[in-house]
Design a protein around this ligand. Structure first.
Ligand code: NDP
Ligand code: 2IT
Length: 446
């Protein structure tokens, strides 16, 4: 009965959003968990709440013209998807990557609604970005792009309206350029972006938060099974913000990370990426903006050109690069090699076939909207500090982040526990859904 409902619901989604395959994938995963629940709760059914949640409140699409270092005109396309504001201002990152298009950002904005609801903080869901490719661009070109991008975006955002942050291709440098342009246009110093630098309104722990939070969540999944990260061999994909701080926290909790990757290939260091090697990665990626291959040259380990890390034997996997980076075959290899937990630092890194493999094997599988919610949660804490014009200590923010990840785990358990097994996909989807749906019902036909 629910299967037929899901099928019919998805036919409507596909017809209304043609070609947006990542959006269809994200909506299907939520529909499969929530439709059986909605069927048992008449108030959500009669009011077509899921149909309403799947339709963005507002989509903004705009031209971003800028001049490159040769004086040539470049034109990119900018977006902001304001998906849902039932429980707070729109909140979510900006992605700069050549693959960005409407459907990709709609998937990310849709995921963000449930993720932000799970954080326990008052944040709605949004996402934005552009098809601009920061790779190989000079600082001056990145600044020109960011200034042009904000010259349109500024009229749509505000500390009580919509608060963007970083995502792939957007870190401290880009947030700085965008904040500077907003301030010139509005003559206001307010918390309109998170991920700001510490000396002008940023929060301690925000750079670390997604990686740290993902490791805290994964530790909680293991503890629920009477296990822990201590002594575990971990594979990590990506080598950007999320991957770097995942390695740092795994090291602190007594595990060993043996891989990192970028879009060119994977390094495999069986001795482990210790603090000193991680400092090299941070300098390489955040300052020199080089390729991960240089790690293998520097430390004399293997480099697998064009490969992802999933063939390397591990106890725990942390996909921290991008969507659909673990397919069904990768998942089978991970399970066959003895992997017992997957903590998703990235958004939707596992394909539906991959998720099925993990769930059938009954390993601990923490989907992105739960496992990587620590980043946006700490953005929420940055917003609170900005509103108060106060800055909390590192310990205060880290303690709050840890508490939030434990609370998210508890929500997943509440809605996803079946005997000893916890279905974190079901738990996160229903847990995230209920709060948003109830707020929408309270607010009338919105
Ligand atoms: P960064 O830009 O800092 O790093 C991205 C990393 O992923 C790079 O190593 C990059 O390699 C790799 N990567 C990106 N696209 C691809 C691709 N198509 N194929 C293979 N590798 C790829 O981004 P973040 O670390 O911030 O983000 C990583 C993931 O985490 C994303 O899915 C993001 O949505 C998610 N996330 C981020 C949060 C945050 O706070 N930053 C919060 C929650 C989730 P290369 O340099 O070669 O492109
Ligand atoms: O996917 C995400 O949660 C983010 N990129 C972080 C969003 C935010 O507003 O901090």
């Amino acid at each position: 009965m629910s299967d037929a409902k899901v099928k019919k619901f998805m036919e409507g989604i596909i017809k209304k959003n043609p070609g947006e395959v990542e959006f269809h994938q994200a909506v299907l995963e939520v529909a499969e968990s929530t439709i059986p629940y909605i069927e048992k709760n008449q108030k959500y059914k009669d009011t077509k709440i899921l149909e309403r949640i799947a339709e963005p409140e507002r989509v903004i699409m705009f031209r971003v013209p800028w001049l490159d270092d040769k004086g040539e005109v470049q034109i990119n396309r900018g977006f902001r998807i304001e998906m849902n504001s039932a429980i707070g201002p729109y909140k979510g990152g900006l992605r700069l990557h050549p693959t960005v298009y409407l459907g990709l950002l709609k998937f990310l904005a849709f995921e963000q609604v449930f993720k932000n609801s799970l954080t326990t903080l008052p944040m709605g869901g949004g996402k934005g970005g552009s098809d601009f490719d920061p790779k190989g661009k000079s600082d001056n070109e990145v600044m020109k792009f960011c200034q042009s991008f904000m010259s349109e975006l500024f009229r749509h955002i505000g500390p009580d309206t919509d608060v963007p942050a970083g995502d792939i291709g957007v870190g401290g440098r880009e947030i700085g350029f965008m904040f500077g342009q907003y301030k010139r246009l509005r003559n206001e110093f307010t918390g309109i972006l998170t991920g700001k630098a510490l000396n002008w309104g940023g929060s301690l722990i925000r750079p670390e938060a997604t990686g740290y939070g993902c490791v805290y969540f994964t530790q909680a999944m293991l503890e629920a099974q009477g296990d822990s990260l201590k002594g575990k061999v971990c594979t990590v994909s990506g080598s950007g913000n999320v991957a770097q701080y995942t390695v740092e926290k795994v090291n602190q909790l007594g595990g060993t990370c043996v891989t990192l990757s970028d879009s060119s290939g994977t390094i495999h260091d069986p001795k482990g990426i210790d603090e000193k090697k991680l400092a090299f990665v941070m300098e390489l990626k955040n300052v020199k903006r080089g390729r991960i291959k240089e790690y293998a040259t520097k430390f004399g380990c293997d480099y697998y050109e064009g490969k992802r890390p999933w063939g390397v034997t591990c106890d725990v996997a942390f996909p921290s690069a991008t969507q659909n980076e673990i397919n069904g075959a990768d998942a089978k290899v991970l399970v066959k090699n003895g992997c017992t937990a997957v903590g998703e630092g990235a958004n939707m890194p596992t394909t539906p076939e991959g998720i099925k493999v993990f769930q059938d094997a009954k390993i601990c599988y923490g989907p992105g909207k739960a496992a990587n919610a620590g980043g946006v949660a700490t953005s929420g804490l940055e917003m609170s500090q900005n509103s108060q014009r106060l800055a909390w200590t590192r310990e205060e923010v880290d303690t709050k982040l840890h508490g939030i990840m434990i609370a998210i785990h508890a929500q997943c358990e509440k809605y996803g526990k079946a005997g000893k097994y916890i279905d974190y996909v079901k738990g996160a989807n229903i847990g995230g859904f209920v709060k948003v749906a109830d707020a929408m019902l309270d607010q009338g036909l919105v």
